[in-house]
Design a protein around this ligand. Sequence first.
Ligand SMILES: [Zn+2]
Ligand SMILES: [Zn+2]
Length: 343
Amino acid sequence: MRAGIISGRRQLEFKTFSRPSIAAPGTAVIDIALCGICGSDVSAYRDGEGYPPFLSGHEWVGTVVDVGSDVHGLHRGDRVIAATPPACGRCPMCLAGHAERCAELTALSFGTHPLTPEHGAYAERITMPVEALVQVPDGVSDEQAVMVEPATVALHAVRLQPIRLGDAAVVIGAGPVGLFAAQMLRLAGARAVTVVEPRARRRALALELGANTAVAPDDAGDAVLAATSGIGADVVLDCVGTESALRSAVELSRPGGTVVMVGVATGAVSISPLSWLSKEITLRASLAHLNHEFAMTMSFMESGQLRSEPMRERTIGLDGLEEALSSLASGGDEIKVVVDPRL
Ligand SMILES: [Zn+2]
Ligand SMILES: [Zn+2]
């Protein structure tokens, strides 16, 4: 069995692994149905920074084909997605009462979990530790389920906010996370959601998905002032993570507003501390998601309150992966490309 692994700058390698069929204790073997290409896969491919093999294809849905002898509550035929595991209850952070920042939550992503898979889901099958699996309800299709991970990044970011009914919110960046965040902010009671995005196609999609206004970065200041009686937004979510996005997040926020870092800025950025100070901005950072939030996202999808289907642009086979990564890394405009390893 081959698995696609992003191994360096502009490098996708297909490595050979034995095709798992019997699950060891604590694990399940899953047939992958769909795997989304994440923005972090694209940046790893573009920039060549070290990328754990397991992360090459981490937004997936599949069907359980075998479970370890000690596994309860999960069976052959169950549909599952990969999720953040629940808090362990034993590590120093859990014991100090900070279970939401349990060291185990990130162990898989950082590759320190003893059962971390050797590859991601750009493959027919994967073996996963069962605590990192969440079942997909019947009312959520595979096409929806493959978008649950990025949607839950947005849900987590919105849940961290002190947002109140009637607040004005801004989302910077209309990639999948930004487009989900705009929908979640409406669900959370925001009166006006302004999406800031340079590409016209993405702005149109933001409006289709329920943003009140979608503007190019140059028009954002005026649009936000117009939507907020001249004071600025209560909450600004930066779903991009560049220096200019962070800077405009502060500019678009009202005095006393909250700026949330959702997009991952990997390089150094310079900020002007006085601009934060003079507005008494609250800065929140939002990292990934928590185990119980995946079911919340899926219930919003099941009820139709959270839409993902307009974001999916095309479905490709493993043979098309390199071309798709390369086009996305060169600034391609597709919002979400999904891999079906059976094609
Ligand atoms: Zn991702
Ligand atoms: Zn813990």
